[in-house]
Design a protein around this ligand. Structure first.
Ligand SMILES: *[C@@H]1O[C@H](CO)[C@@H](O)[C@H](O)[C@H]1NC(C)=O
Ligand SMILES: *[C@@H]1O[C@H](CO)[C@@H](O)[C@H](O)[C@H]1NC(C)=O
Length: 592
């Protein structure tokens, strides 16, 4: 008899026996019978079956609870414990050729703006015209936002022309409503970092004037600032579209700029105004460390609204860390910031999820819902992540090292358990963001959704494994699909590279840069947003966001610079990528 037939026989034989056993089972469960001694081989098969059922059941249990188990085990995955003899640091050297290419891109963007729209707030590269934010005239959004990048890139002529504009043409006496947050992060932040990098007093003069014009925005019953400021009239203006409420992120993302202005001018008013905002928010917290996206200026209380790390939420969390890092902490002050720690705990507890198949880590959003006639709020979890959230990966890594206070790369034994958790989450969130760049253009959409078990998604969606760009029912191009030259992922790549020296981050940054060059560059000058990251050839949107020059190209440039340029233990970047030095305050500090 051949091997083959023997094996076949055995298999058939097995089948027969399973059947027999099944019958036994049925009998056994039907009635209790006195057990008869069985022949040996039968009892062996019987116990194999029992084990099979037990193992099968355990496997099922494991499969159904895999997410929970994975999350539980996760902090221990992939951690290398290096011996003390190993080199504790890697060298971070510049790559001049790549930096040259990025400088050329900046010049391509700037020269088109200077040619077509110099002095206007915003630029439209297809129609080659500029526009202003209000009818009252421009306040130099694009110019001021770009100056520190010019200084870093060594573009002295460009900086000189921009400075002359700030000196001779910049006029803040404009009777129009300017967004409090955008004006702070772009114009005030831009002026302050330009001042730090050049020592040109005109920048500080303008910054001080702007700060003074903005102060009335904090004159509300609670101290939570209004959403708009009329710079000419020096009056705060509420946001009529959102019931006069303020965005959480917008109110909590003014602190780095106003505090540094206080430090430079020795005028405490700016500091006190923004510190008060944090005190109000601290006492108004709802779900542990998480803050809903709207807060009332009247009461200083959060109102029932979405909780998310994307728009209107994002930089609240970013500035919790950076406010803490901005000032040199006295040795006696507690090292960790309680508000930040609580927020990170809550994010881990309530917002982080893994996709079912590929186990991609992402942040979800919570939407409050109230059943009719009930006052009780339940939170619906939505598997949706804005590109804006991609700042969080780098931010978590920066927080884990307490602001780059560790070796490069950090040694895991120097971390507490919480720091290990944040570090690992940061690394994984960056991976997720990079996965969303695996599109036809190599660029990431504005908003991605993640698959869930048994979900039903619109047929017009573009699916990439466990994440997708949600389609519209009418098959029109979804808003979510666009790439508007956003910086958050390259920002995280820059931080991750500086903290690890791992070339993976540089390589991916370079790929993103090449994709921008390929798909967003307008030959006649400037760069444009594109409407769908998965459609080639691309369709442009006629807008070059100011954060291309202030953030995206700056972070790409810094990704390829050596670590003597703006070291992360000496600078914090505001949320518009304007570097501000860490300083020792001469006034009371600390809301935590
Ligand atoms: C924008 O404002 C500036 C300053 O008032 C003005 O010179 C310029 O013409 C305005 N641009 C447009 C497009 O209206
Ligand atoms: C600016 O001035 C300060 C104080 O005089 C000095 O330490 C710093 O090096 C100067 N920076 C630049 C860019 O010139």
């Amino acid at each position: 008899m051949s091997e083959q037939t023997l094996r076949e026989r055995r298999r058939k034989h097995d089948l027969d026996e399973v059947k027999t056993n099944d019958n036994d089972n049925i009998k056994a469960s039907g009635s209790v019978q006195p057990s008869k001694p069985r022949p040996n081989n039968r009892s062996n098969n019987y116990s194999w079956l029992t084990w099979g059922i037990i193992i099968g059941y355990l496997a099922l249990l494991l499969y159904r609870n895999w997410d929970r188990l994975y999350d539980f085990m996760h902090p221990w995955f992939g951690i290398k414990f290096t011996s003390n003899n190993e080199p504790r640091s890697v060298e971070i050297l510049a790559e001049p050729k790549k930096q040259e290419a990025i400088i050329a891109a900046f010049k391509h963007a700037w020269s088109a703006y200077e040619r077509d729209a110099f002095g206007d707030d915003e630029y439209h590269p297809i129609s080659r015209v500029g526009s202003n934010l209000t009818k009252a005239g421009g306040i130099g959004y694009t110019i001021v936002d770009s100056i520190d990048t010019m200084v870093l890139m060594g573009l002295e002529d460009e900086e000189k022309r921009a400075r002359q504009w700030v000196q001779n043409n910049m006029n803040l006496d404009r009777d129009g409503d300017f967004n409090t947050f955008e004006t702070t992060i772009r114009v005030l932040g831009g002026l302050l970092s330009a001042y730090y990098l050049t020592n040109q007093s005109i920048y500080l003069e303008r910054a001080t004037e702007l700060g003074d014009r903005m102060l009335p925005v904090f004159d509300t019953p609670s101290g939570i600032p209004m959403s708009f400021i009329n710079l000419g009239r020096r009056e705060g203006v509420t946001d009529k579209h959102n019931h006069g409420l303020s965005s959480t992120a917008e109110a909590a993302t003014l602190q780095l700029e106003f505090r540094y202005l206080s430090y430079l001018t020795e005028n405490e008013l700016y500091w006190e105004a923004v510190e008060k905002v944090m005190k109000v928010m601290k006492s108004a917290r709802v779900i542990q460390g998480l803050a809903p996206i709207f807060i009332s200026q009247q009461t200083g209380q959060f109102v029932s609204s979405d909780i998310r790390l994307g728009s209107r939420g994002d930089s609240y969390y970013e500035y919790l860390l950076k406010q803490h890092l901005q000032t040199v902490r006295a040795k006696t002050v507690k090292k960790r910031c309680i508000m930040y720690d609580d927020a990170m705990d809550a994010i881990h507890k309530y917002l982080l999820k893994r996709s079912p198949r590929e186990k991609i880590l992402y942040t979800s959003e919570l939407i409050p819902e109230r059943k009719q006639g009930s006052t009780e709020v339940t939170w619906r979890q939505v598997p949706k992540q804005d590109h804006l959230v991609c700042f969080l990966g780098g931010s978590l890594m920066l927080g884990a090292t307490d602001g780059a206070q560790m070796s490069v790369p950090p040694q895991m034994q120097d971390f507490t358990r919480g720091q290990v958790r944040d570090w690992r989450t940061g690394v994984d969130l960056i991976k997720t963001c990079l996965a969303t760049y695996e599109t036809k253009t190599g660029l990431s959409p504005e908003i991605v959704h993640f698959r869930e078990r048994d979900d039903a998604i619109p047929a017009t969606s573009v699916v990439h494994g466990d994440w997708y760009i949600k389609g519209n029912r009418d098959n029109s191009v979804p808003y979510d699909a666009r790439y508007i030259l956003r910086p958050e992922t390259v920002e995280s790549l820059f931080i991750a590279y500086r903290l690890t020296g791992n070339n993976y981050y540089r390589e991916f940054g370079w790929r993103i840069f090449k994709s921008i060059e390929k798909h967003c560059k307008i030959p006649e000058g400037g760069y444009a947003s594109i409407l769908h990251v998965d459609t080639i050839p691309v369709t442009y949107e006629d807008k070059m966001e100011t954060f291309l020059m202030s953030e995206t190209l700056k972070y790409l440039y810094l990704l390829f610079s050596d670590d003597s340029v703006l070291p992360l233990d000496k600078f914090v970047f505001n949320t518009e990528a304007h570097p501000l030095p860490i300083f020792t305050p001469h006034m009371r500090t600390g809301f935590s």
